[in-house]
Design a binder for this molecule. Structure first.
Ligand SMILES: [Zn+2]
Length: 448
């Protein structure tokens, strides 16, 4: 089946930064077969995209979908205060809450032009059911490319960690569950809709042994590694006290720097650490809204990029970024970079590259997604430029990034339209919102 998208501006985000003022994209059997200026003689179903900008579908590198059921809480807290207030609430998660939260979170991502997302799930209360399977089901249903990261916590309060012991798991059980998640869900094929990564939660909730053994398991199975890193100064202090080194040095000791690793936040890095990220190809999921919401600081994105480290964007969990949509993070990334580094610190096109090709690099998929080029998977976002929120901005990429937080007009994932005219085609949005409200009430009520 052939699809022809035409009449739109196109930002391909390829290595040369190729753009077309009025171009076309041809899609055959879920892959891009041609991109170019003007119209095309190719035959097929036509999508009239006049008034739109076509970009690669956005790639979200950090999320906690279950947190959709705990938005708007702990509003003035630091990360550690916020975690300590929310751990007991999160301990109540079960399969039904997970399903409602995941469907809402994935719907919000799709509506914001995101065609590939990760999820870092690390709360597995005893008896809560198969939470990872529930979110994989939700992603399959809504049709988004999904990288579930099997998270874990094994360093409870009684051993000097931050989380209550009740929501930590036994190390052997964690490693067995990680292996099972890979067996069950990981698809290494080039057009995969589901790929698994392993993701112990953070230095203050995971033992040194689990970090090292998880890295060993991931490498023996050829899957990627993800965790939180250098998010706050409290974390830095914690590492100095418990491990005697700064967070990045600790990571290096446990074998966690490398081009198969991407790390959320990385706000508090010194110059030597930035260089190590570049030398090792370690990726970073920059989460500007969440870092602002928790007052954590501003990650050194320009320095990391200059050092050669892949930097993608993440919405982070909606308990620290209630918006939970990715397109707005392009603007947020640009604005916070400029607050720190002045107006030269980031361009609109650099912001778009963070949200697309560099995110794809973090996930090891730069050959498959992240730019509009022949041979790549047909994950394409069409953004309207002719509404009141963007009309008259002559530069289409500036219109997208500088303008109002956009809802995508059309989103293709593997050539299938999952959003049309700004509405999901794969789920009933009103039902998703109703289920989310009920799940949020249940999760928050039972905790008081
Ligand atoms: Zn996070």
């Amino acid at each position: 089946m052939t699809l022809v998208v035409e009449g739109c501006a196109i930002a391909t985000v390829d290595a040369a930064g190729t753009e077309h003022a009025d171009g076309h994209v041809v899609i055959e059997d879920g892959r891009i077969s041609a991109v170019g200026e003007g119209s095309t003689a190719a035959q097929g179903t036509r999508i009239d995209a006049r008034g739109c900008l076509a970009t690669p579908g956005l790639v979200n590198c950090h999320h906690h979908l279950y947190q959709w059921a705990t938005r708007g809480l702990s509003q003035q807290s630091t990360l550690f205060e916020w975690l300590q207030e929310l751990y007991p609430v999160w301990a109540r998660v079960d399969g039904d809450i997970e399903r409602a939260a995941a469907r809402a979170g994935l719907a919000a991502l799709l509506r914001s032009g995101c065609s590939t997302t990760t999820d870092h799930h690390y709360v597995f209360p005893r008896g809560a059911g198969e939470l990872l399977a529930v979110e994989v089901d939700a992603a399959t249903d809504l049709h988004i490319r999904f990288h579930p990261c099997r998270g874990s916590m094994d360093l409870g309060k009684s051993q000097g960690g931050l989380p209550p012991d009740e929501i930590t798991e036994d190390r052997d059980a964690i490693l067995a569950a990680c292996a099972e998640a890979i067996d069950r869900f990981h698809d290494p094929s080039p057009d995969a809709m589901t790929r698994v990564a392993l993701a112990p939660c953070s230095p203050f909730s995971v033992t040194r042994e689990l970090m090292a053994e998880t890295a060993e398991l991931a490498r023996s199975r050829n899957v990627r590694l993800h965790t939180h890193m250098a998010e706050t100064l409290d974390e830095e202090q914690f590492c100095l006290e418990l491990f005697g080194v700064r967070p990045v040095e600790y990571l290096e000791q446990v074998g966690w720097l490398g081009d198969d690793v991407w790390l959320a936040h990385c706000v508090h890095l010194d110059e030597r650490e930035v260089r190590r990220f570049g030398q090792t190809g370690t990726g970073v999921a920059h989460c500007p809204s969440s870092n602002a919401r928790l007052g954590a600081g501003i990650a050194p994105v320009a320095a990391l990029t200059a050092a050669g480290a892949p930097v993608g964007l993440g919405v982070d969990g909606p308990a620290s970024n209630e918006a939970g949509e990715l397109a707005g993070e392009l603007r947020e990334a640009l604005l916070v970079a400029r607050i720190k580094g002045g107006p030269q610190a980031m361009t609109a096109r650099e912001a778009l590259a963070l949200g697309t090709i560099h995110g794809a690099r973090c996930l090891g998929r730069a050959d498959e997604i992240g730019s509009l080029e022949p041979g790549k998977l047909a994950d394409v976002a069409l953004w309207r430029l002719d509404g009141i929120d963007r009309a008259g901005i002559a530069d289409p990429v500036a219109a997208l990034v500088f303008g109002a937080r956009p809802i995508v007009d059309t989103l293709l994932v593997g050539g299938r339209a999952v959003v049309e005219h700004g509405r999901l085609t794969t789920a009933d949005e009103d039902a998703v919102a109703r289920d989310l409200a009920a799940a949020s009430r249940r999760m928050q009520e039972v905790a008081v």
